[in-house]
Design a protein around this ligand. Structure first.
Ligand code: NAD
Ligand code: UDP
Length: 321
């Protein structure tokens, strides 16, 4: 892979920084593009200054230099946590749609292959479970999550049309909830919230009854899936689900985190956010067939690694809680 130039948008974020690590380890030249809205330089500080790695602070809602030569693009730029993407919903929508458009144009100018980080949120509050790629979803276009859900759906539409109209090799991953080291401790997602709360003795904030379900994929498995999607033969692959089919209620997750941390934290219940999906579980038959991919890290093991990361961060005084 040496001399291959790979652009990672959102490369200073949780998932993007792990992807940059993996690409650097394989000898690619990596351009990490990020506006640092929810990501941080700390996530990539170990890469800065290394030969073959370049960080560019840039907002993807603006076009990126079409003369920049790139061979592959991973388009990950976008806040992923509901409180974060709802903070400036118009900018989130612009990030999803204009960001996708600008990266597709860059891919077109270079004849590059491009992978879009779409999301299980395109299924909304699903009425079928598990969700196969053929399920068209149940999304509220005028609710607080719409800037993200509909923005990502719009991005998928753009990817589809750039394939059809410009024969671009545009690929789509539908990513289900992913967790691991380098999640921001205060971005509001459930895994980081519960772990930081448990480690600091704060009550675990369960929204609603805690009976809603999610399927959690460890970050290393997700990076492997994204790499395979980029490398797979063919043109214009996906959408393809990437996620771990293990399904847990939020109460089960809370109990697991409490027992693993040995925490005496209590549970406190808060209202369920509007349009919060009641269930989510990927059907990954297509990923198996196209990419020979399935996740290998069970939740119990991934939580151990993530808890160790947050324990160390708290020890070093890096979290606000
Ligand atoms: P994250 O918030 O940690 O990372 C997102 C990165 O994008 C951050 O570094 C942020 O600063 C950057 N960014 C946001 N808006 C930008 C803009 N307009 N221009 C340039 N940079 C911008 O989130 P993450 O969990 O690493 O998610 C990465 C991608 O994967 C996102 O596109 C997200 O929608 C997708 N995804 C993630 C999950 C998950 O569970 N982690 C699930 C589904 C989809
Ligand atoms: N959630 C919770 N407590 C928290 C944060 C989230 O119970 O402190 C719930 C949230 O309502 C949702 C689930 O956990 O039902 C997953 O939330 P997250 O924000 O991690 O991901 P998403 O809703 O985008 O799948």
């Amino acid at each position: 892979m040496s001399e291959r130039v790979v652009l990672v948008t959102g490369g200073a974020g949780f998932l993007g920084s792990h992807l940059c690590d993996r690409l650097m380890a394989l000898g690619a030249r990596v351009i990490c593009l990020d506006n640092l809205m929810t990501g941080s330089i700390a996530n990539i500080s170990h890469l800065i200054g290394r030969s073959g790695f370049r960080f560019v602070q840039h907002d993807v809602i603006a076009p990126f230099d079409p003369n920049e030569p790139v061979d592959e693009i991973f388009n990950l730029a976008c806040p992923a946590s509901p409180p974060q993407y709802a903070r400036d919903p118009i900018h989130t929508f612009q990030t999803c749609v204009l960001g996708a458009m600008n990266m597709l144009e860059l891919a077109r100018a270079n004849g590059a292959r491009i992978v879009q980080a779409s999301t299980s949120e395109v299924y909304g509050d699903p009425t079928v479970s598990p969700q196969p790629e053929t399920y068209r979803g149940s999304v509220n276009p005028v609710g607080p999550r719409a800037c993200y859900d509909e923005g990502k759906r719009g991005a998928e539409t753009l990817f589809y049309h750039y394939r059809q109209s410009h024969a671009l090799d545009a690929r789509i991953a539908r990513i289900f909830n992913t967790y691991g080291p380098r999640m921001s401790p205060d971005d509001g997602r459930v895994v980081s919230n519960f772990i930081v709360q448990a480690l600091t003795g704060a009550p675990l904030t369960v929204y609603g009854t805690g009976q809603q379900t999610r399927s959690f994929c460890y970050v290393d498995d997700m990076v492997e899936g994204l790499m395979r999607l980029m490398a797979a033969p063919g043109r214009g692959l996906g959408p393809v689900n990437l996620g771990n089919p293990g399904e847990f209620t939020m109460l089960e997750l809370a109990e697991l985190v409490l027992s693993k941390t040995g925490s005496g934290s209590s549970l406190t219940f808060a209202p369920l956010p509007q349009d919060d999906p009641r269930q989510r579980r990927p059907d990954i038959a297509l990923a198996d067939q196209l990419l020979d991919w399935a996740p290998g890290v069970p939740l119990s093991e991934g939580l151990d690694r993530t808890i160790a990361y947050f324990a160390e961060s708290i020890h070093q005084g890096k979290t606000g809680e």
